[in-house]
Design a protein around this ligand. Structure first.
Ligand SMILES: Cc1cc2nc3c(=O)[nH]c(=O)nc-3n(C[C@H](O)[C@H](O)[C@H](O)COP(=O)(O)OP(=O)(O)OC[C@H]3O[C@@H](n4cnc5c(N)ncnc54)[C@H](O)[C@@H]3O)c2cc1C
Length: 388
């Protein structure tokens, strides 16, 4: 067993950190003020090859999960809100097309998405259904040459910025719960689409947008994957995306921890640096150890995916543990700054809020526990049958 990061992964990380120094750090203040990441940034990410896939001569290759996790961790250390913009483009949008798209969809959607020329998002959650994906109500009615979509997607990251959305809808209302849904790639400039950007306090500068679909026509070619398999497909997209969102949440924790410790080394109270008080240094030691344990879980989940092994249990454990630690570390770090931490513009202010949001994407903490418990029950059954 080797816990050292492979040399090529380390080199990729160093190059990416340089990129962030030049193209993210200097712009952050403006992006937070605008509450928007400019399209040109995703285009630049695409040109530089940071969007999760490589394409050459019509051949598309996905980057290793570990490489992608380390990139997103680095980005989230600076800004979880920018990291989520990139994550949605790669892990919900491009990945959805990569997993389920036809050859022609891969050509027309995935290739420009990898270049950063076409922006993709995913609309699943509705006002009346989030965790319980099978209960969504958006309808897709079959018509001549395509489908008519009606419904509301309540919370969709990047939908204000994106060109297309992967949308789940009920295509077969009479079918069983597992066969009722399908996925569609919807042009967000189509007639009948209304978008409303919501005002939120988390993951700034990403946008969170409501998509209203009123009798929107999509052609037959817009069906993504198989008719009636939308539930399984969107859950598979979420299962894959738990790897980068765990890495992003880890980055959130690390970013907050570093700010907090740097400050507590310098800030003096009662004649001593705050970090020299054993109460604080012990807290730092405890949080650092648990952050490192969460990191190992993220890396193990990525390793399993990169080996072609089942990674669902590991990915859910990684998501669960990173959210727990990010929530604790971020509030701890904010506390170290005292009153300064509540000011909007303070660098630490965003971290507790972003850690709170990270529990919601790709399944809440409760949903991760459901998956983890299911996984451990299966493992116990296998162990029992091996014994008998
Ligand atoms: C900033 C942000 C960005 C988002 N981006 C997107 C996006 O791009 N696309 C998209 O489709 N959605 C997006 N979402 C929505 C997100 O995926 C949902 O909020 C999430 O799936 C939870 O659904 P819900 O909000 O409807 O809560 P609910 O599903 O109603 O859950 C409410 C509470 O009940 C608990 N609960 C539910 N079921 C169970 C159970 N079986 N056992 C125990 N407890 C349970 C949950 O854990 C939660 O605490 C985003 C949300 C936020 C806040």
């Amino acid at each position: 067993m080797d816990f050292l990061l492979p040399h090529d992964v380390q080199k990729d990380r160093d190059r990416f950190v340089q990129f962030l120094q030049h193209h993210v750090k200097p712009n952050l203040h403006q992006w937070y003020r605008d509450e928007a990441v400019p399209r040109s940034f995703i285009e630049l990410m695409g040109r530089e090859g940071w969007l999760g896939f490589s394409s050459s001569g019509g051949h598309i290759e996905e980057h290793a999960a570990l490489t992608q996790a380390i990139r997103v961790e680095e980005l989230a250390r600076i800004s979880p809100g920018v990291a989520v913009v990139v994550l949605v483009q790669i892990s919900l949008g491009a990945k959805g097309v990569w997993l389920f798209g036809s050859e022609s969809q891969k050509h027309s959607l995935l290739e420009p998405a990898i270049r950063g020329d076409l922006l993709l998002c995913l609309g699943n959650t509705e006002p009346t259904a989030g965790s319980d994906v099978a209960s969504i109500a958006t309808r897709a009615d079959k018509v001549d040459g395509g489908w008519r979509l009606n419904g509301t997607k309540a919370y969709s990251t990047n939908a204000a910025l994106s060109d297309r959305a992967l949308i789940t809808a009920v295509s077969d209302p009479e079918a069983t719960r597992n066969r009722r849904l399908s996925m569609f790639v919807v042009d967000l400039s189509a007639e009948g689409i209304k978008r409303k950007k919501l005002h939120k306090a988390v993951w700034i500068p990403s946008d969170l947008t409501r998509i209203q679909l009123d009798n929107v026509f999509v052609p037959d070619e817009a069906l993504l994957g198989d008719r009636g398999r939308g539930l399984q497909q969107v859950l598979e997209i979420f299962a894959n995306s738990r790897l980068p969102i765990s890495a992003m949440t880890l980055g959130n924790a690390v970013g907050a921890f570093e700010l907090g410790v740097d400050h507590a080394e310098k800030r003096r109270a009662f004649g001593s640096p705050i970090l020299s008080f054993q109460a604080k240094s012990f807290e730092a030691a405890d949080l650092y150890s648990r952050m490192e344990a969460a990191r190992l879980m993220v890396y193990k989940a990525c390793w399993a995916r990169d080996q072609g092994l089942d990674f669902q249990l590991e990915a859910s454990m990684a998501k669960y543990l990173t959210v727990q630690i990010a929530r604790e570390v971020s509030t701890w770090a904010a506390d170290l700054f005292g009153a300064a931490s509540v000011v909007h513009e303070h660098p630490v202010h965003k971290f507790p809020l972003d850690a709170w949001a990270s529990s919601l994407g790709e399944g809440t903490q409760d949903i991760q526990k459901l998956i983890i418990f299911r996984g451990l029950t299966q493992l116990r059954k296998v162990a029992e049958s091996d014994m008998s």
